[in-house]
Design a protein around this ligand. Structure first.
Ligand code: TYC
Length: 101
């Protein structure tokens, strides 16, 4: 006796998840000159003078400020380069990264 086996007609949709984004955070310190922070923000994060000043002054007043959001690799690369720019001048300027919720 022949049997017909019918597949359940349920489509499985492959789950394609977007990569989690990571924040680059500028941390305040008491030594790095304000103008240098602005210069680094403009160079590394392609910000205008006005945007860079706002981010710098927010970090200065509140202790830290989110600069931008990227994929993990790009966020880490930019944070490292920007931190290194400060270190090259002897400043303790620090950029960190953290995953977005
Ligand atoms: N607080 C520094 C000053 O008064 C300026 C500064 C701002 C340094 C933001 C770091 O992330 C920073 N010279």
């Amino acid at each position: 006796m022949s049997q017909t086996v019918t597949k359940p007609r349920v489509r499985t949709r492959p789950k394609v998840e977007r990569p989690r984004l990571h924040k680059v955070i500028l941390v305040n310190d008491d030594f790095t000159p304000r103008e240098f922070v602005v210069t680094v923000l403009k160079a590394e994060f392609r910000m205008s003078e006005e945007q860079a000043y706002k981010v710098m002054i927010t970090a200065h007043r509140r202790g830290a400020c989110v600069v931008a959001v990227y994929t993990r690799e790009v966020a880490e690369e930019k944070a490292t380069r920007a931190t290194e720019a400060g270190r090259a001048k002897g400043y303790p300027l620090l950029f960190t990264t953290e995953p977005e919720e």
